[in-house]
Design a protein. Structure first.
Length: 243
């Protein structure tokens, strides 16, 4: 077993309206028992937070990056209005692992390559999350995922983070329009890199900004690219980049 790549915070939601309350806010269908991946958007359809949602018999646990826990809890409370829900931050350990899944664990809903997650236990060990994320093109909170991003550009459909059949949620109209009426001109891709560059550094193609480089591992990296400016060879700081 090992720890998540980032320290996690848990928000517990209880009350008779907990399922409908969350359903009306987030990007994925979470009415079924088990672990789901979803996000909360602003009304303009841009990212606020991504998280795992564990639906249990008597409550819902929201597993979010610790740096976003307080802000997300406040945002959810703002939307509570008259719903019969209680929202509070609680202490709960999160463990992750690859291989055989323990009886009380849940497979990572983003990709089977990311193994499983388990709640309420402590663990030790090492998982090379950076290598896994680059290999399988998995964006991370606060690195590739930030407040200026649209979920479809960050491949959330492939990561099972959006349900296009569910009802309305905050930002849903923008997401639906991008899905059905727009050809994406920007997005998250895996690239090859010779050398290294500071995460967040601009990628240049023919002297023009063509994207931003993020997580790097063993000659490959995750980058947010402008597709119309991609060329066969680009640069980021002193590194050479190509697809």
């Amino acid at each position: 077993m090992g720890q998540p790549e980032q320290q996690r915070g848990i928000i517990q939601i209880t009350g008779s309206d907990r399922l409908s309350f969350l359903q009306n806010l987030i990007t994925n269908e979470t009415s079924a028992m088990g672990l789901h991946y979803a996000a909360l958007l602003n009304p303009q359809g841009k990212y606020i937070a991504d998280f795992f949602v564990l639906v249990r018999q008597n409550d819902i646990l929201v597993d979010v990056a610790k740096v976003l826990q307080s802000a997300l809890a406040s945002r959810l409370t703002m939307y509570r209005l008259r719903a019969d829900v209680k929202i509070e931050m609680i202490e709960c350990d999160v463990s992750c692992g690859l291989g055989l899944i323990p009886e009380t664990a849940f497979m990572d809903p983003r990709s089977t390559a990311l193994g499983w997650r388990m709640y309420g236990t402590t663990s030790s060990g090492f998982i090379d999350w950076q290598a896994l994320r680059v290999e399988h093109i998995i964006p991370e909170t606060g690195i590739e995922l930030g407040p200026d991003k649209f979920l479809l550009e960050m491949d959330f459909e492939r990561l099972n983070g959006i349900n296009f059949q569910k009802g309305c949620y905050v930002g849903q109209e923008i997401v639906a329009r991008m899905k059905h009426k727009t050809v994406l001109r920007k997005g998250l891709k895996q690239i090859k890199i010779l050398g290294s560059a500071t995460p967040g550094s601009p990628i240049l193609a023919n002297g023009k900004p063509a994207g931003v480089i993020y997580t790097q591992h063993n000659g490959r990296a995750l980058a947010y690219l402008r597709f119309d400016r991609v060329t066969s060879q680009m640069t980021a700081e002193d590194a050479i980049i190509n697809l």
